[in-house]
Design a protein around this ligand. Structure first.
Ligand code: J2J
Length: 529
């Protein structure tokens, strides 16, 4: 056993509360009652109704045999049922695994083998894809999955809520220090990594984020990114907004028209976007004057490097404060403040959100570097994990012996005491905010009969931040083109956001002085093409 976090160290922190999310919801219902908690493209739900429905669904889950401590795959898009499911599982101490709607068989299998979920909750259909056949195939293959619950108009979830209506079920006691959710880690290397967050640390994460945003009950938060992701879920996102009695609007898809429509119609005051999405929203605003985004107070931008020029443009053109957000699902969050000068906001990612966050920037020998010098960002603190779920080997690499998480990000302290990120140290590709590990894609590509070897690199790209380029050594002259690669990856069940944007054929690899494939050289070659 390595380092283990001592939670008692944090018990005096403002916002730290040893309490489960189920109990939190009960308190919010009492406090905010009939106020609207969440709206989606079809419906709205008050705090009280949300509690009632979560209670019903929790009782129904128990009745179906979902037990405290069971893991449950949740793959739902941005709609009210996601919120009800989240709290229902919390109430009985079952642990949702936050799959994204984009995930397919290849991603699911790795997670199922690791976490052995007892149930799988899917939407019937979303953006043209039917999830039920995929869920059934997973249930067939993995006997741990005892139940599939489908969220559809006539389907299980609403039926289950109706079934137990009015019953006063007793739920198992949930301790705030137990695991509340398993989040997906951005970079998997074939073996996926799951991030266990406790009820208490996750609520604290939401509260510190809300505090930095000066969030209150008059705020309307728009979840424009998939709400199963840490950023819109908890930074402050859905959970931080509910805690202050505000209203959460769930955009049905992460597209500029859905986002701008929602801001215009719902009087949204705060939302969170990745840089690539800001660019497309700005293009849309330029040619369509019907949108009204004047209600916005804060635009949070994070998830990937924000170019200085785009930051300047946002500050100049958007009628609200830009908040730069550096975030990790593993914990550490660093935001600029609404009170900071624009010139400062444009050039840094602010300061950690908790006074108890410990941040170090170190060189290759783990020695702290001076201000103004880039090094690797390490972090430890009240809401940063001390290990991935069941991953002893990975943990040795990802954490220092004294429990600091190695972010793999390059960062420095500026002279005004702010963090400034400078890209990745680890070889992870950040494509429009989505994190992709080259080794994962390489392994998929090598399953193609005509591909002998593959090397994948991220190439700087104006709109995406990074595009994915796959270099291939193939078996014969038979033309494998990009289309064939996409067809193959879809066939084996790889999420669409991991598809290469470019492929190049090579006969021999450029090598480094120690004989490894020279990925820097490949990057240059990809850029020149
Ligand atoms: C550069 N890189 C950044 C930034 C994250 C809020 C916002 C984002 C995430 C997230 C999140 C960056 N500039 N401003 O969880 O709560 C890259 C880093 C980091 C990785 C984490 C949140 N903000 N990144 O993106 O767990 O490389 O979380 O280590 O998906 O995104 O990815 P993820």
């Amino acid at each position: 056993m390595g380092y283990k976090k001592d939670m008692s160290k944090y018990e005096n922190l403002e916002g730290w509360e040893r309490c489960g999310f189920g109990e939190q919801l009960d308190r919010w219902a009492e406090k905010y009652g009939e106020r609207i908690a969440v709206t989606d493209s079809e419906d709205e739900i008050s705090y009280m109704e949300l509690k009632q429905k979560a209670d019903c669904l929790a009782a129904a889950f128990l009745r179906k045999g979902i037990l405290k401590g069971d893991k449950v795959l949740v793959q739902l898009p941005n709609r009210i049922s996601f919120v009800i499911v989240f709290f229902a599982l919390s109430k009985i101490g079952a642990v949702p695994i936050m799959m994204l709607p984009a995930h397919r068989e290849a991603e699911l299998e790795g997670i199922i083998e690791l976490a052995k979920p007892a149930a799988y909750i899917v939407v019937e259909k979303y953006l043209g894809f039917s999830y039920v056949p995929m869920a059934n195939a997973m249930k067939e293959k993995y006997s741990c999955i005892r139940h599939i619950f489908v969220d559809s108009e006539s389907g299980d979830i609403s039926g289950m809520i109706a079934e137990t209506y009015g019953e006063n079920g007793a739920f198992p006691a949930v301790d705030g220090y137990e695991t509340a959710v398993l989040l997906l880690s951005g970079g998997t290397t074939g073996v996926p990594k799951l991030i266990p967050r406790t009820h208490t640390d996750y609520m604290y994460n939401a509260r510190m984020s809300a505090k930095r945003c000066r969030l209150d009950s008059s705020d309307v938060y728009l979840a424009s990114l998939p709400v199963a992701h840490n950023f819109p879920l908890c930074c402050p996102g859905l959970l931080g907004t509910l805690d202050v009695g505000g209203k959460v609007v769930l955009a049905s898809a992460t597209s500029p028209d859905d986002i701008l429509d929602a801001i215009t119609e719902e009087g949204v005051t705060i939302t969170a976007l990745v840089p690539a999405m800001v660019t497309v929203c700005m293009e849309m605003l330029e040619w369509d004057e019907d949108y009204d985004i004047s209600s916005l107070r804060i635009l949070q931008v994070g998830g990937a490097m924000l170019e200085d020029s785009l930051a300047d443009k946002i500050i100049e053109e958007w009628p609200c404060k830009l908040m730069q957000v550096f975030g990790t699902a593993e914990g550490l969050l660093s935001f600029t403040s609404p009170e900071d000068e624009g010139s400062l906001i444009a050039r840094c990612q602010g300061t950690p959100v908790s006074p108890a966050d410990e941040v170090k920037i170190v060189d290759e020998e783990d020695k702290t570097v001076p201000e103004g010098v880039f090094g690797e960002l390490l972090s430890r603190g009240p809401y940063t994990i001390d290990g991935y779920y069941m991953a002893e080997e990975a943990n040795k690499k990802s954490f220092t012996p004294d429990g600091f998480y190695r972010t793999g990000d390059k960062a420095m302290w500026t002279k005004d005491g702010r963090l400034r990120l400078g890209g990745r140290i680890k070889e992870q590709i950040n494509r429009a905010g989505e994190k992709i590990m080259p080794s994962e894609i390489e392994a998929y590509l090598c399953r193609h009969l005509e591909i002998k070897e593959a090397a994948v690199v991220g190439v700087p790209d104006e709109t995406l931040g990074n595009r994915i380029c796959a270099f291939l050594v193939t078996d014969d002259e038979a033309g494998i083109d990009l289309q064939e690669i996409h067809r193959f990856l879809r066939e084996i069940g790889v999420a669409a956001y991991k598809m290469p944007d470019q492929i190049e054929r090579v006969e021999t690899w450029p090598l480094t002085s120690v004989g490894k494939i020279d990925k820097k050289a490949l990057e240059r070659m990809a850029q020149e093409k």
